[in-house]
Design a protein around this ligand. Structure first.
Ligand SMILES: NC(=O)c1ccc[n+]([C@@H]2O[C@H](COP(=O)([O-])OP(=O)(O)OC[C@H]3O[C@@H](n4cnc5c(N)ncnc54)[C@H](OP(=O)(O)O)[C@@H]3O)[C@@H](O)[C@H]2O)c1
Length: 298
């Protein structure tokens, strides 16, 4: 039987640590400020944003949502972002993606001050993650979902024990697969990135000692794709239909088949998902601290 990696509990611990750090910052100035920009009312995005705002406030962060209509243009969103860049009380800016059709998403991400980019999507932060070697720079804003995956792996295996392991990341998106591969390289794993053009995906997966699925296809990873004793991280969040019409969330891993073979596995829900929000709060504290330190140096 696999160890079930409890992302909910790990996220609660991380949020508690963050709340302590927020209290310290508040006691010596002001709490970190986070602004989440939401354009339109995409139902899943609206739900994610509500959770981020609620969790941030519970940790003591000065968090607010900046709501824009679904018809907001690229220029209008840019103006909001530039205003937040200038606002000294704002430490973290997150623009909830996807943006409405027709908006130049890349221009918006590029406009965010890299020092306030708590999603870690700005090319400056992406480049620092990928181009430099050695330990992670302590002030680097790393994308939240991959950071959450890494923390769960470190908690399960021990940080030093990641070195030398064969890791396979299925999915090469800029928000999950690619940055996670970079993080695992930083921890000295031997990393393979697989994707929709990978020739024999099952065979690639079977080689993995650490297998991460970040695809968006329910149950893609089957039991016989997974080596006995592998550690499996399921990033996928897919809603599937159920008879009662309410639907159910499942991951990219066929859980019932894989769990008996794995040494450890993240469930869906309750695995990577809660860590994403906790890492966002941690990034907000990181940004606030770095901005304070930079202000002291000026
Ligand atoms: N837990 C969380 O907090 C969290 C956060 C973000 C995302 N997610 C979930 O994670 C999943 C992935 O998200 P994403 O944003 O990375 O998705 P994405 O941008 O759509 O990327 C999906 C990746 O999977 C690859 N892929 C698609 N079908 C495949 C197949 N049949 N075999 C192998 N690879 C395949 C794609 O390959 P190509 O590049 O070749 O197209 C692509 O690289 C989704 O279910 C999403 O909801 C969860």
């Amino acid at each position: 039987m696999a160890t079930i990696i409890d992302g909910k509990a790990a996220a609660a611990r991380l949020r508690e640590r963050v709340a302590g750090e927020v209290a310290e910052l508040a006691a010596t100035g002001r709490p970190p400020g986070l602004r989440v920009v939401l354009a339109g009312e995409h139902p899943a995005s609206a739900a994610y944003v509500r959770t981020k705002e609620k969790m941030a406030r519970e940790a003591g962060i000065d968090a607010a949502v900046v709501r824009l209509p679904a018809e907001a243009s690229t220029a209008e969103i840019l103006e909001v972002v530039q205003g937040l860049n200038r606002d000294p009380e704002v430490d973290g800016i997150l623009v909830q993606l996807p943006l409405p059709a027709g908006v130049d998403e890349q221009a918006i991400v590029l406009a965010i001050d890299p020092a306030k980019d708590v999603d870690g999507f700005h090319p400056w932060n992406v480049g620092r993650l990928g181009s430099l070697t050695g330990d992670l720079p302590p002030d680097l804003l790393v994308p939240c979902t991959p950071m959450g995956c890494l923390l769960l792996l470190e908690q399960t295996l021990g940080r030093e024990a990641l070195a030398g392991r064969r890791a396979v990341v299925v999915g090469r998106s800029a928000i999950v697969g690619k940055p996670l591969a970079q993080l695992l390289l930083r921890r000295h794993c031997t990393v393979t990135i697989a994707h929709s053009r990978t020739r024999d995906l099952a065979e690639e997966c079977r080689r993995a000692e650490i297998l991460v699925a970040a695809v968006g296809r329910p149950g893609l990873i089957r039991g016989d794709w997974v080596a006995e004793g592998a550690v499996v991280v399921d990033v996928g969040i897919n809603r599937i239909a159920t008879e009662d019409g309410r639907g159910r969330l499942v991951g990219d891993v066929a859980y019932a088949e894989v769990e008996p073979r794995a040494a450890a596995i993240t469930p869906v829900p309750g695995g990577v998902g809660p860590m994403t929000v906790a890492c966002l709060l941690a990034n907000t504290v990181l940004a606030a601290r770095a901005r304070r330190a930079a202000a002291r140096e000026r």
